[in-house]
Design a protein around this ligand. Structure first.
Ligand SMILES: [Zn+2]
Length: 473
């Protein structure tokens, strides 16, 4: 079998494997119709049924989207999409009279065209997902206008980063000589470090509003926890995730002595605008500026008297209370204590360096690129694309599986860390609330979760915490 057929065949192999895994998980959704005994006391029947229908909807969407993507990729490859797109980029480049250094210019045009096509083909799917599935289950908080504006902004920002980066990489490979792979990696490393630094400060605020966590009990408790662990907490933000969706989260970032913690407003019971009447929030979104002010005011209110402003009787209450949020952060600080982020970063960088090294071995094998329709001309960008995303696809599959295994280990470690700080019950109740708020289905097929879950299933985490607790006593 020639290389081209092997690549296409492998992509179908992966597709069938993924479909088989999803089918196993889908069977669970259809078979487990009642709350498992172990969770009876904590999850009510209504929430469970809701999470089940949500899971089934997402699974059905996943099936059709997966099938479509697979056919699209196959057609793109088999109908010579890659050489055609390259040719089209060349025509466009020539039209603008850019002949000098044409490969770099053409590569930039190619990158741009490629992402526009991907965007346009993917748009109906993401619109359907957001405005039909997420909407149906009460998670979507965006208007179509906000969504389109946001997508456009994302595209522009990522293009502004990708286009110069593409030109730079080609330049480094051209002039790097035998050891270009080291220089190429060094450049990618430097740029990702720069991006990690400027992203939270300059890029993320283009998309979402980050407010400092208002003074109050929660802030005080988080600062106490950070101080007790010598965690160099520099800033504490609340991001208005509720403007996008009702899903909740928390994360931290930053280097050295400059750490920041970001909490989604939807995580905080006393802060979340979603806790207010849903329709109200949506109306105010029509006038975006007003909505922003509104939320800031709400934050002030709640921080002072620590009671949510309820504008209508019985709003859907979501999020965790102060002690539970602190327990979630204890888990996050566990990731820091065990240097999980640094370890992930090191693995990623080693993998990039290795990939560039192998690319160096393959980049002059004429037959590889001829197999994809590039016989006379073999532009560097095309060679990069073919090697990194097509030829490497078996390696990429294995790598992502192993990264999930590692990530689950890290989650257990971070849970143990929180348990050792005496937060077992609080973390458990926080996790349960997050599960309910996000309508995550609590039962998983073992093979599906082994391959796909970056976090261990709920029950495993609760059992893990009990074990950690026993050990520490
Ligand atoms: Zn974690």
């Amino acid at each position: 079998m020639d290389l081209f057929s092997a690549v296409v065949a492998f992509s179908w192999l992966v597709y069938f494997w993924e479909t088989y895994l999803s089918k196993r998980q889908d069977n669970i959704y259809h078979q487990v119709k009642e709350v498992p005994t172990e969770l009876k006391s904590v999850i009510d029947e209504k929430t469970f049924t809701k999470s089940r229908t949500y899971a089934i909807d997402k699974s059905r969407y996943g099936f059709w989207h997966g099938l479509y993507s697979q056919i699209e990729t196959t057609l793109f490859l088999c109908l010579n999409g890659l050489p055609l797109l390259w040719m089209l980029s060349g025509l466009l480049t020539a039209k603008f009279g850019l002949n000098e250094e044409y490969e770099k210019t053409q590569s930039i045009v190619f990158t741009f065209l490629g992402s526009i096509i991907t965007l346009v083909l993917g748009l109906p799917w993401s619109i359907y997902y957001t405005f039909v599935i997420e909407e149906r289950h009460g998670f979507n908080k965006m208007t179509l206008g906000f969504f389109l504006k946001d997508t456009l902004k994302k595209t522009l920002v990522s293009q502004a980063i990708m286009m110069p980066l593409t030109a730079l990489i080609i330049f480094v490979i051209e002039i790097g000589g035998d050891y270009f792979f080291i220089y190429a990696w060094l450049m990618v490393f430097t740029i990702s470090m720069i991006l990690l630094h400027i992203y939270p400060e300059y890029i993320a605020p283009l998309f979402d509003k980050y407010n400092p966590l208002p003074e109050g009990q929660l802030k005080q408790k988080i600062e106490e926890l950070a101080a007790s662990l010598q965690f160099p907490l520099k800033k504490l933000y609340v991001v208005e995730g509720s403007k996008r969706s009702a899903h909740s989260n928390a994360y931290m970032y930053g280097f050295h002595k400059n750490k920041r913690i970001v909490l989604f407003d939807t995580l905080l019971e006393d802060y979340s605008p979603v806790t207010r009447d849903d329709k109200e929030t949506k109306d105010s979104k029509e006038k975006e500026e007003d909505a922003t002010k509104d939320t800031v005011d709400l934050a002030k209110d709640t921080s002072q008297d620590n009671a949510p402003t309820q504008e209508k009787e019985e709003p859907k209450k979501i999020g965790c209370n102060t002690e539970e949020v602190v327990a979630v952060l204890a888990h996050e600080l566990g990731h820091w204590k065990y240097s999980h982020m640094l370890k992930n970063l090191a693995i990623m960088q080693a993998s990039i360096l290795f990939s560039f090294f192998v690319f160096g071995k393959l980049m002059n094998v004429h037959e590889i690129f001829a197999a994809f329709g590039f016989v006379d001309q073999q532009p560097i960008l095309i060679r990069l694309y073919i090697v990194f995303s097509l030829v490497f696809s078996p390696v990429n599959e294995i790598e992502s599986f192993l990264m999930n295994v590692l990530s689950r280990r890290f989650e257990f470690q971070a849970d143990d860390f929180a348990v050792n700080l005496g937060k077992k019950e609080l973390l458990k109740s926080a996790l349960l609330k997050l599960y309910k708020d996000n309508l995550s289905f609590p039962v998983a097929d073992w093979l599906f979760s082994a391959c796909h879950y970056s976090h261990p299933p709920l029950l495993e985490r609760m059992r893990g915490m009990d074990e950690a607790d026993k050990k520490s006593n």
